[in-house]
Design a protein around this ligand. Structure first.
Ligand SMILES: NC(=O)c1ccc[n+]([C@@H]2O[C@H](COP(=O)([O-])OP(=O)(O)OC[C@H]3O[C@@H](n4cnc5c(N)ncnc54)[C@H](OP(=O)(O)O)[C@@H]3O)[C@@H](O)[C@H]2O)c1
Length: 258
């Protein structure tokens, strides 16, 4: 991995790491900025092809990703307190509870062994892969809204546990209020893994701090989702880091409040 651009105001990045990045250098390159008490940091992570596709032929992102992207995906999970995911992505991608693995285990010192997964749903349906508790992975929280209805909300509480359902909003989850609720549970470093509809709502909420995007060196054409979907919203981001690895470009961009 080779650094093409770096802004050392962000995180604990050191110019001494310019050159070929090992695991330690990569972890520094993606470190969170120091957060004052009460401040959360919401980072999103996506992959896109050169022509903007966020999924391959099979409708999943796994078919467009690259080895460097998989490394950063695992690293960003290890750095997060909580992973935010839309129920659509959790179903299509067969999400399971999160587990941190080597070489990133050392990054969890002083933290729970694995990050929590927060799944966002209007319907209140917990995706099947997330309902089963496992010893080797983190907790799951459902973030839903009133319109899910009492039956679905009770079912989710039975499956996940009484305290594991957050209701934030009436007919849709209000992302700003969901972010505040998760931060209030001691989970300030948030990693949104999509999908495109959740990312759109997060952008519109003004609570997105950072986008980590891998650009895979591939063209795929076809009718594929982009990394955002839904009603128009505009946010202008600033590039902070750009890394090249075997043709993939991996970057960090921050939103104007940062
Ligand atoms: N390239 C990448 O990095 C990447 C990353 C993630 C996903 N993807 C791809 O994106 C596609 C899935 O797209 P998608 O837009 O359907 O994904 P999504 O945003 O994860 O799923 C949409 C669903 O999530 C829930 N949701 C989203 N925003 C919500 C809100 N504000 N309030 C309440 N619930 C909310 C709803 O679930 P309910 O239906 O339960 O109400 C909604 O139907 C797949 O092809 C996947 O592979 C690509």
């Amino acid at each position: 991995m080779r650094v093409l651009l770096s802004d050392d105001d962000l995180g604990r990045w050191s110019p001494g790491h310019v050159g070929v990045l090992d695991s330690e250098g990569l972890a520094l390159a993606y470190a969170h900025p120091r957060l004052p008490a009460g401040r959360s940091w919401v980072r999103a992570n996506f992959i896109s092809t050169l022509d903007g596709a966020a999924a391959g032929d099979d409708g999943r992102s796994g078919s467009i990703n690259t080895s460097a992207d998989r490394d950063v995906f695992g690293l960003l999970r290890a750095l997060a307190d909580v992973i935010l995911v839309g129920a659509g992505t959790a179903r299509v991608e067969g999400y399971r509870r999160a587990s941190v693995r080597a070489p990133w285990l050392g990054l969890r010192q002083g933290l729970p062994e694995h990050p929590t997964m927060a799944v966002f749903s209007r319907s209140g349906d917990v995706p099947p892969g997330l309902s089963q508790a496992r010893d080797d992975s983190g907790d799951v929280v459902l973030v839903t809204c009133q319109s899910a209805g009492a039956v679905a909300i009770d079912r989710a509480r039975n499956v996940l546990g009484e305290g594991q359902v957050i209701i934030a909003g009436d007919t849709s989850v209000d992302l700003a209020s969901a972010v505040d609720s998760l931060a209030g549970r001691g989970l300030p470093r948030m990693l949104c893994e999509g999908g495109p509809h959740l990312m759109r709502d997060l952008t519109a909420s003004g609570r997105l701090d950072e986008l980590c995007l891998t650009i895979a060196p591939t063209l795929v054409a076809g009718h594929r989702p982009r990394i955002t979907a839904g009603a128009a919203v505009t946010a202008d981001l600033t590039p902070r880091l750009l890394i090249e690895s075997q043709g993939s470009l991996l970057g960090r961009w921050t939103t104007p409040q940062n």
